[in-house]
Design a protein around this ligand. Structure first.
Ligand code: NAP
Ligand code: COA
Length: 277
């Protein structure tokens, strides 16, 4: 087991040996957990994010867990850098079987306090960045057979105060998922979104639930009564990337202990009070 509680499993219904998986934004939090889980199932895994240090650290961890790993530093807002990085991974590992796209930015800010630049920063990372990643990977996907998983958020369909930028951006991400499911179905490429609930120990929760009292209220709002883990999200991604999900495309799948069904508890109110402090 590594520090994230992720280790090599002796038995699994999944086998990604010989497959190539690229995780964009895969150097911390949920996405890194997802990358690590694919590595434990035998995949060659590549990760990308802005920080070369985080990329190098993650590649080392993936090599310990699995085997071959690689990475590149790029900002998803820079379409040329993303294209160059993806081409480099293709040169090294061949066609991409699985792409997980999860780079994102978030901070609570009420609309009246949010500048045009602040709104744009999140739109550019989450939404335009997802478009850049989709465009960059398509030529290198295994066709037929590749699986793309966009990491969304409940804000895509549950409006929350102090999250106007994230709500707009992630709703757009899910529409990218649905549109590409239509356009790329013919090529045998499946495109789905996974919608994590509140995942413990992540930057997202540090920003949105920074106090013990908010954390307790978040858990109270989850029907299954606990925070999620990166492994919960990784399990969903393993399934979606596997042949077991071979007829699933264009789906937006909450993996959230039922949180969204409960309107994400009182998250909207907590965020509004947090942002107005
Ligand atoms: P995180 O640890 O901050 O992960 C974000 C990742 O994206 C990091 O690897 C970061 O690395 C990278 N990144 C950020 N901006 C980038 C950019 N402009 N270009 C390239 N890479 C960039 O966050 P997290 O909380 O685990 O969230 C991961 C995903 O889950 C996000 O899509 C988020 O919206 C979603 N989500 C999270 C939660 C939660 O409870 N945490 C709930 C619902 C949805 P660098 O800093 O090196 O760029
Ligand atoms: N409240 C209001 N506005 C904020 C803000 C906050 N907490 N944080 C940043 N902004 C605004 C900035 O003021 C700036 O607008 P301005 O030029 O009008 O002042 C704009 O957002 C861009 O900020 P900047 O710091 O230059 O952006 P960046 O591109 O370096 O970073 C962020 C992008 C802001 C999203 C940064 O928080 C980030 O890199 N996040 C990645 C990690 C993360 O958010 N993880 C959780 C994922 S769920």
């Amino acid at each position: 087991m590594n520090q994230n509680g992720i280790g090599i499993r002796e038995e699994s219904v999944f086998d990604f040996s010989g497959k190539t998986v690229l995780v964009i934004g895969g150097t911390s939090g949920i996405n890194r957990g997802v990358a690590e889980m694919f590595a434990t199932q035998g995949a060659r895994v590549a990760v990308a994010s802005r920080s070369q240090d985080k990329v190098s650290d993650t590649v080392r961890a993936l090599q310990v867990l699995g085997g071959e790993a690689a990475g590149f530093a790029a900002d998803v807002r820079d379409t040329a850098a993303v294209g160059q990085g993806v081409a480099g991974i293709h040169d090294r590992f061949g066609s991409l079987d699985v792409v997980v796209s999860g780079a994102a930015g978030n901070f609570p800010a009420l609309a009246n306090e949010l500048s045009s630049n602040g709104f744009r920063a999140v739109m550019d990372i989450d939404l335009l960045g997802t478009f850049h990643v989709m465009k960059a990977v398509f030529p290198y996907l295994k066709k037929p057979g590749a699986s793309i998983i966009n990491i969304s958020a409940p804000q895509a369909f549950i409006p929350m105060m102090a999250q106007i930028h994230v709500c707009a951006a992630k709703a757009g991400v899910d529409m990218i998922t649905r549109t590409l499911a239509l356009e790329w179905g013919e090529a045998g490429v499946r495109v789905n979104s996974v919608v994590p609930g509140p995942i413990d120990g992540t930057e997202g929760m540090a920003r949105l639930a920074p106090t013990e009292s908010i954390r307790e209220k978040v858990v109270d709002g989850v029907p299954l009564g606990r925070f999620g883990t990166p492994q919960d999200i990784g399990n969903a991604c393993l399934f979606l990337a596997s042949d077991l999900a071979g007829f699933i495309t264009g789906a937006v799948i909450p993996v959230d202990g039922g949180w969204a069904q409960n309107n994400c508890g009182g998250m909207s109110d907590y965020l509004a009070s947090l942002a107005s402090k």
